[in-house]
Design a protein around this ligand. Sequence first.
Ligand code: S3P
Length: 168
Amino acid sequence: MKIFLVGYMGCGKSTKAKQLAHRLDYPVIDLDVEIVNKSGKTIAEFFEAFGEKGFRDYESEMLKTYNYPENCVVATGGGLPCFFDNMEWMNEHGETIYLEMEPAQLVSRLHNRQKRPLIKDLDDNQLLEFISMKLEERNPFYRKSKIIINAFDLDAEKLEEAIKKAQS
Ligand code: S3P
């Protein structure tokens, strides 16, 4: 089973993916890390060199051409589900889980903004406004996930239970 974790920056996709993978004894794949490894650029450098459009093309290509093992947990970049048919592709190829979180909770978790080009220059108030606006735009995509779960106070055990429940 392939499990794709989706959601906004700061909702904990990478950490939860690692914990869930550990619990299930599956390998974990972080697509942002794969992009950095393959391109030889940090995400910030990638945006700088090729712009957002270049990044969206590259991450979508990475999603669809990665050589996934049969069983794995995949952490996706926050914007990935909202471009092209990426959300549909993930739904066809595995379980999709939206780690949902309130804008204010996301702001409180997004301390290290420098490596995230879309929010690097925003203070807390601007970020709250920006995320609220972005979530309105992105939620219709994220909410196509097969499982939607409140990501605040979430642990790998609850995540595994939600997957089992969805499959029964
Ligand atoms: C982005 C989220 C980032 C990264 C890039 C763009 C977005 O991933 O892919 O900075 O558009 O929300 P994380 O959600 O892992 O931070």
